[in-house]
Each structure stands twice: as structure tokens, then as C-alpha cells.
Ligand binder design. Structure first.
Ligand SMILES: NC(=O)c1ccc[n+]([C@@H]2O[C@H](COP(=O)([O-])OP(=O)(O)OC[C@H]3O[C@@H](n4cnc5c(N)ncnc54)[C@H](OP(=O)(O)O)[C@@H]3O)[C@@H](O)[C@H]2O)c1
Length: 349
């Protein structure tokens, strides 16, 4: 019998993307799709792309009860929600893959600083593994509970990780984010007339994902690093692009950077190194990752400007959320890492 999986927060953008991937995954069966607002409605009423792929309906049964009947429970709720019930969820014995921010940070103090909230169950933080397989596959394989990284953080961390040891002062991440990054719930800022065509500086400093980027890159470097980020809303529906500036007095040559990236990602099926000498697409661009679990990473040097640049691009709903979560599930359950994730990006899109 296949393991049963359920999605709590199934009516959201991330929930919908989880369903797209899980419904065709050969080794699991989708059992419950939790939504308070759409209970008893077919899932395709909210996610029209799923029409004719499933007869499942949303349910508003208690999430803890759903978890108790599921081998794996995916949570795709706004931050601050899953941590309210996680103690009871874990007591059911289900495995958990949480796509919100509630279990990504190891130090409860960081939640006060970055999320302005007191974590309700700080003792549970250590029960979760940060779910970035390219860094922590060996931990994910032995884990029962996974905290899936944020979408911008995934792009920034993957592009920066091979260069972590090069950070001397402050690495500065410049992030461009598509509109689906802020979820499916409309707001004045996401209203079409206001959002269409913008290049809006929406978080010049203090973006919450900075905390996890610092946490993970510091682990790789072996000491606390300074990282700062500015985030911009741009005219895409899906997609994240990050350009990280690393000031350096000691600029390596390009061959050395190739060597470092190739070595770092030699066992990473979903990371593509993009740095061509010519053509229109020499560096990572989210346009060529859409619909897939690929994260594209690249680099450049600026000798006169005394900096090294790291580029990242991905689909925020796939490698930035649901695809990465399924990749973690595969590792955790002993499935092939790539199972159910063979989607080639769309082109043109
Ligand atoms: N969007 C992205 O690119 C992205 C990427 C990585 C991670 N994430 C994270 O994933 C999570 C979900 O994001 P999203 O973009 O899918 O958001 P979304 O489209 O707004 O969906 C949120 C979901 O949570 C449910 N929900 C909202 N408030 C709730 C509450 N108080 N109790 C129970 N259910 C509640 C909603 O369902 P009902 O109202 O129907 O019950 C809906 O299904 C967030 O933590 C987000 O930060 C998002």
C-alpha cells in the first residue's frame, strides 16, 4: 500500500502546486486536502489546472485528525499557524513537511527579531531539519520532520553556498520576485492594476528570508557571516531571481569558480550551472525554470569593482516550495530523489 499524504492549506498557491506534483507521484496517494473556505468543493474549482486529474474534494476536518490518518502531512499555511498545533500533530506519529517559516530557524530568538513573534513551541525547532537537499541530504534522509526553505532563500543560498568562504564583509542579495510569491490571497498591493508592470522595491532591508540565508551560509563558512537583502516585486507571475554581490579584495579567476561550483553540485540533480560565453541566456533566468524543480545558479567576477557575483533563478512554487518539498519527501522515504519531479521547464512561456 502506498503511503498516504495530506495537504493542509491545499487551497493556496503552494498547496495547489503540491497537489499538482503529488497527484502524479508514483509512490504516494493523496488522502486529504484541507481548506476552511472551500470544504466539500472539488479541488479543481480552486486549481483549474487539476481538472480531470482527481475527484478529490477539500475538507475542513480538524488538521490534527487529518494528520493522524496520514503517513506524511504537508503544511502550507501562513507563518505562525502550523506552530500553534504542531505539538499535537507530532503526537499523531505522522511525518511532517512544513512549507511555512515556523520551523526554519534554529534559534527561537531569531523569530522575535525577524518575524516579530514569540515562537509558541521553541522546543520543537530542534525536531525539524532544514530541507535543502543540496546541503543537507544526509540529515533529510534520517529525518521525520522537515522545514522547507523560503523561496528567495533557496535561490540565494544555492547560488551563494559554493562561495560562502569568500564572504569577508557583507554579501548583498538583490532579489526579484514574481507575484505568486505573496500567495493567492488578494491585497491592494497585489491587485492587478497596481501590481502589473511594477519594479517595486518592497523590502529594501529586513526581509525575513535573510535570517535563514545567514543561518545556512554561516554553517557552510563555519562562522557567522553578514548578509543583507533588498527585495523587489517585478512583472512575473512565477519566478525568483537573486543577484548577490560579494565584495572581495581577492578576486578568483573564472576557471576557479567553475571548479568550485562543479565540485559543490556534483551530486545535485536539480541544480544547473549556467554561465555561457555568448548568447542571450548566459546567466540564470527564472523564465527557463518555470514548472520545473530546477534551480539555476551562476557567477561572474568584476575585477575593477572588486566583487564576485552569484546568480540564482528558480520557480518559487516548485524548487522554491512544493518541488523542493517533494524532493525532501523522496529522500526521507527512501524513494529516488528525482521521483515525480521530472518536469522539463516550459519554453517559451
Ligand atoms: N507563494 C510562494 O511562492 C511560497 C514559496 C515558499 C513558501 N511559501 C510559504 O508557504 C505558505 C503558504 O503560502 P501560499 O503562497 O500558498 O499562501 P496562500 O496562497 O495565501 O495560501 C494559504 C493557505 O493557508 C490557508 N489558511 C490561511 N489562514 C489559515 C489559518 N488561520 N488556518 C488554517 N488555514 C489557513 C488558506 O486556506 P483556506 O483559507 O481556504 O482555509 C490557504 O489554503 C506560507 O507560509 C508561505 O510563506 C510560499
Amino acid at each position: 500500500m502506498k503511503p498516504k499524504v495530506s495537504v493542509i492549506g491545499a487551497s493556496g498557491y503552494v498547496g495547489g502546486e503540491l497537489l499538482r506534483l503529488l497527484l502524479t507521484h508514483p509512490s504516494v496517494e493523496v488522502k486529504y486536502c484541507y481548506s476552511r473556505s472551500f470544504a466539500k468543493k472539488y479541488i479543481h474549482t480552486v486549481h483549474p489546472n487539476l481538472r480531470k486529474k482527481s475527484e478529490l474534494m477539500f475538507t475542513d476536518e480538524d488538521p490534527v485528525s487529518i494528520a493522524s490518518q496520514s503517513d506524511i502531512s504537508f503544511f502550507a499555511l501562513p507563518h505562525g499557524q502550523s506552530s500553534k498545533i504542531m505539538q499535537r500533530v507530532l503526537e499523531t506519529g505522522t511525518r511532517v513537511i512544513d512549507l511555512g517559516a515556523d520551523f526554519r530557524l534554529e534559534d527561537p530568538e531569531d523569530y522575535k527579531i525577524w518575524y516579530k513573534f514569540e515562537h509558541p513551541s521553541p522546543s520543537l525547532l530542534q525536531k525539524f531539519v532544514y530541507g535543502l537537499p543540496e546541503l543537507w541530504a544526509f540529515k533529510i534522509k534520517g529525518a521525520r520532520n522537515i522545514a522547507v526553505p523560503g523561496c528567495i532563500a533557496t535561490s540565494a543560498i544555492l547560488s551563494l553556498a559554493p562561495l560562502a568562504k569568500m564572504i569577508q564583509t557583507t554579501a548583498i542579495v538583490d532579489a526579484k520576485v514574481g507575484s505568486s510569491g505573496s500567495g493567492g490571497k488578494p491585497s491592494p498591493a497585489t491587485h492587478y492594476s497596481e501590481r502589473f508592470g511594477v519594479v517595486r522595491v518592497y523590502k529594501p532591508a529586513g526581509h525575513r528570508h535573510t535570517a535563514e540565508i545567514i543561518q545556512e551560509i554561516s554553517k557552510i563558512k563555519g562562522e557567522k557571516v553578514n548578509i543583507s537583502m533588498s527585495a523587489h516585486a517585478v512583472n512575473m507571475v512565477r519566478g525568483i531571481q537573486t543577484t548577490t554581490h560579494i565584495p572581495s579584495d581577492d578576486i578568483p579567476d573564472i576557471k576557479e569558480l567553475w571548479r568550485q561550483f562543479r565540485q559543490f553540485y556534483s551530486n545535485s540533480p536539480f541544480v544547473r550551472i549556467v554561465r555561457d560565453k555568448q548568447g542571450n541566456n548566459k546567466y540564470p533566468d527564472p523564465k527557463f525554470t518555470i514548472g520545473s524543480n530546477f534551480a539555476d545558479v551562476g557567477f561572474e567576477i568584476d575585477v575593477e569593482g572588486r566583487r564576485v557575483l552569484a546568480f540564482g533563478a528558480l520557480d518559487n512554487l516548485v524548487k522554491g516550495a512544493a518541488g523542493n518539498a517533494v524532493q525532501c519527501m523522496n529522500l526521507m522515504m527512501g524513494f529516488d530523489e528525482e521521483e515525480g519531479l521530472g518536469y522539463i521547464p516550459l519554453h517559451p512561456v
